[in-house]
Design a protein around this ligand. Sequence first.
Ligand code: C5P
Length: 230
Amino acid sequence: DATVAVVVVAAGSGARLGAPVPKAFVECAGETILARSLRAIWLLPEPVQVIVVAPAAQLELAGRIARESSAAASAYLSVVAGGQSRQDSVAAGLAELAPGVEVVLVHDAARALTPTEQFERVIAFVRERGHGAVPGLPVSDTVKRVDGQSTVVETVDRGQLRAVQTPQGFPRDHLTTAYARAVMEATDDAGLVTDAGLPVTIVDGDPLAFKITTPWDLRRAEELLAHDSR
Ligand code: C5P
């Protein structure tokens, strides 16, 4: 039985992408963003519980895409409705965790080109170290802190910064504890876990795990896929 679960959050509207359908159902090089994300997960070398969190109005479509994404899907798949915020959507997914699950990953469906190896790195780290792991990349731009008038206040030391991606992985109890005591909205899951006083370590990210947010990102994803058989 699966000891790892992946909550795939796909309930966002994708307003910044400007497509007529929610982002997870937008096609990227002939395949929906959701299907592409799921395919990388089913390639993991062990059984995993996959919980797809979809827009309430499109549960059936999400279920069909998810089932078609893998022959193994039906045994390990649940599809549930998301909420107003990403955090609400993750919480809805966590309610579906199977009893034997010990490691929980939360993944943005919008990071459709995330390689399977990134999931493997996160799972291995959580198992070895017993705490949270988040893939991240160094920040290459110079970063400024500004005031309300966009006047520069200071340059932030980018050597201390990481731009983080998903999947973010945690021991099950760390993540459920963090969600149970969450009072504020955090922009990622690790934010809630560190707020709960639990450690989280950054592991290597991958440029391919970028989030498809704008039409430009979608074009970049399609360009990358055109030069790759993935
Ligand atoms: O909007 P953004 O791209 O930052 O969302 C990140 C991920 O969270 C996406 O995969 C999106 O579908 C998901 N999400 C969600 N429920 C929401 C908002 C976002 O599942 N209410």
